[in-house]
Every structure is written in C-alpha cells, then in structure tokens.
Design a protein around this ligand. Structure first.
Ligand SMILES: Nc1ncnc2c1ncn2[C@@H]1O[C@H](COP(=O)(O)OP(=O)(O)OP(=O)(O)O)[C@@H](O)[C@H]1O
Length: 264
C-alpha cells in the first residue's frame, strides 16, 4: 500500500544532466553521461563497486568539484560551490578536538548569526535528536566513533539543509552501532523531511534506508539501474529484522548483488 508520504509531491531539488567528469584534461572520464534528479524528501542510496565514482558524484552535488561536461543544478541554479543548504557528512567526522560536543555543533550556526538563546535551544533540540543530551560538555576524544558521527550529523542538520549528502557515514562503525545509527537517521529523516543522498557499500543498509536505490558500474562510472523501495517505512514501524527476511527484500538484494558483481 502506498502511504500518504510516498504520494507527496516529487519536486526536483537536484538535477544532473548528461554529466561527465575527468579529474584532468588528459585522464579518462570517471563519470560519464549521468542523468540524475533528486526529489524533495527522497532518501536516495547509491551502491556500486569501489572506484565507480560514487564519491565523485556526491562531490559534484556538494559543489566541491564541477562537471567536465553537462550541468549540475540545485533548484533552478547551477551548482557553483559548497552551500550550507547542501550539508555533507563524511565517514570520518571532522570535529574540532578542542571544542566540546555543544561547541562543535554550535560552530555551523555561528555563521548564520543566531542569537545566543536561539542557538542554545537549537543545540539542545539537535543533541536530543541524536541522543547526546548527556554528552554536551564532552570533548571528541571522550566519545566513541558512533557518538562522534552523531555530533557530525547534528552539526550538519542544525542548519536545516534542504539536502543532506552522506558519504559512507556509517562505514567505520561496528554492526550494532551501525544499526542504531541507521534507526536514528531513519527517524530524523521521517521527522525533518530533508532530501538525503547516501553512499554505501552495504546493500542491506541501502535497501533498509532508501526510498530509491541507484546502482552504479565502473569504467566509466555510470548509473545502470535504479530501484524504488519502501522497506524503510516498515523498518521505522517494526524493525529491520522483519524486512531482512521478507521475499521482496531478499529478491531485490540478490538482484543488486548480482548487478554489482557483474559491474566490476
Ligand atoms: N582527486 C582525484 N584526482 C584524481 N583521481 C581521483 C580523485 N578522486 C578520485 N579519483 C579517481 O576517480 C575514481 C572514482 O573515485 P571515487 O572515490 O569517486 O569512487 P568511489 O566509488 O566513491 O570509490 P570507493 O567506493 O572506493 O570509495 C577512482 O578511480 C579514483 O582513483
């Protein structure tokens, strides 16, 4: 059954048209002929073999690098550089070691001239969302890997970006922490409605989080298949165990693994 949320408008927020990218004039294209639209409130996961250009794709959308050919747009404008409305979360969270948790989260907000009271309220709100209220005065060295990533996510989310770009954010975490982080992100996404582009190597992670899963191949990097999914809604209501064993999930998982293996 299609939920009300799934029927909501699908307005494009990011649009890549015929994008190719070579890192230098005399090197081969890393990405070729990429056509991709991200719609408002979508949770798009990207899978593909190592080196197929997943991070390169994310860096173009973030505005860190520019297409050699084709166009990349945010709304109606060409992406001309980084923008806080397109927040980025990396695998290794770049926290400031001399600042505590609250100060690290406050850092992004300083740029937008919030009053002290507004900042404190927002920080408390986002600390709660990522489950770190009790750790606001801790320094990064006192936190686990998962907790550091929670700080990084809160620091990016506090700016309420329209698009959240996540490059293997849970790749360095153990299985249990990873599952907890996935549940947290799913809950935050359902509550905040940001558009998310999420890169991962883990098919289960992609299928249990995304509303759309893109599969890439390499040589040159290109999108070879996309799947519309809705397992994330069941995972939010029940638990991921229940979806991991359902026939639709197993079928899609098997097909994607086969695609990725043959795409290497
Ligand atoms: N700054 C750069 N300069 C030159 N080549 C680069 C640069 N960054 C990436 N590449 C090359 O571009 C290709 C795609 O890299 P990219 O990191 O986008 O792939 P990926 O799919 O994210 O890989 P992984 O899954 O291993 O992280 C690789 O061959 C890589 O060596």
């Amino acid at each position: 059954m299609i939920s009300v949320r799934q029927q909501e408008n699908l307005e494009n927020i990011i649009r890549l048209s015929n994008v190719s990218l070579a890192y230098s004039a005399d090197s081969a294209n890393v990405l070729e002929n990429i056509d991709l639209s991200l719609n408002k409130k979508e949770f798009v996961c990207v899978l593909g073999p190592s080196g197929c250009g997943k991070s390169t794709l994310l860096k173009i959308i973030a505005g860190f690098i520019f297409p050699s050919q084709g166009t990349a747009q945010f709304g109606t404008k060409a992406i001309a550089g980084p923008d806080w409305q397109r927040g980025v979360v990396f695998q290794q969270p770049p926290l400031y070691p001399w600042l505590n948790v609250a100060e690290n989260i406050r850092f992004g907000l300083k740029m937008r001239h919030f009053s002290k009271k507004q900042s404190e309220d927002l920080i408390t709100d986002y600390l709660e969302k990522v489950g770190l209220l009790a750790f606001r005065n801790h320094k990064p060295y006192e936190l686990s890997g998962g907790m550091k990533q929670r700080v990084a996510i809160a620091r990016t989310l506090i700016n309420n970006p329209l698009v959240l770009l996540m490059d293997e954010p849970f790749g360095a975490l153990d299985a249990l922490t990873r599952e907890q982080m996935q549940a947290m992100l799913r809950k935050i996404w359902l509550e905040l409605n940001n558009t998310i582009l999420f890169i991962t190597h883990d098919v289960d992670e992609a299928l249990s989080l995304g509303t759309r899963v893109l599969v890439m191949a390499k040589g040159p990097g290109r999108i070879i298949r996309e799947y519309k999914t809705s397992f994330t809604y069941s995972a939010a209501q029940e638990n991921t165990e229940s979806i991991y064993h359902c026939d639709d999930f197993l079928h899609m998982r098997g097909e994607i693994l086969h695609l990725i293996r043959s795409a290497v």
